[in-house]
Design a protein around this ligand. Sequence first.
Ligand code: TYD
Length: 208
Amino acid sequence: MEGIFITMEGPDGSGKTTQIDLLKKYLESRGYDIVIAREPGGTAIGEVIREVILNPAHKEMSHMTELLLYASARAQLVSQVIGPALLEGKAVICDRFVESSAVYQGIGRGLGVDTVYEVNNFALGDVKPKLTIFMDLDAEEGIKRKKKQANLDRMEMEDMTFHKRVVEGYRKLATLYPERIVPIDATLSIEEIHNRIVEEVEKRFFMG
Ligand code: TYD
């Protein structure tokens, strides 16, 4: 069996985690061993980098430093976890991946999407997802859902203009790469969203 690599994207509070759990169960029923990774983090080194990036005390962090830290955590995750799992024929679901950097750092921070892809292509080599699910949710709604949680991290503390740019960025990427990035209305019910995701997975991995 060939490995499967799927990434899950969307603004903060868009319900990625719930859908990842359901997708995991579905792929298990298809006979796959599953690896779930979250970004930034997913390795011991990556979790330390995550702490540095998201710590609200690190107000002085430059945008380029932020981009490179995300890319470093991702490079480690790919070499230590994702690459080996795919070679073993497993299904890998990653909670955020390169598109998060493209929209948060490339568009939100204004570093430019091309720069972000360039840095990440260098960091990751040829490990690329075949399907990217984009949980499409207005920024206001996402942050409203998040604020019910106690502590906001350094990214979540950004203002609404930033989060709106992020969502617009995702929508733009979905139109630029429609063969890979699939937007799904995140206001639908949990079950409806899951069914849409399964449809896309079957189309890409189990048909033809
Ligand atoms: P996380 O706790 O994973 O948020 P969520 O539960 O919403 O996925 O926090 C990760 C934060 O880091 C999130 O605000 C998005 C941001 N981020 C980037 O800015 N660039 C990136 O490359 C990645 C992976 C995440």
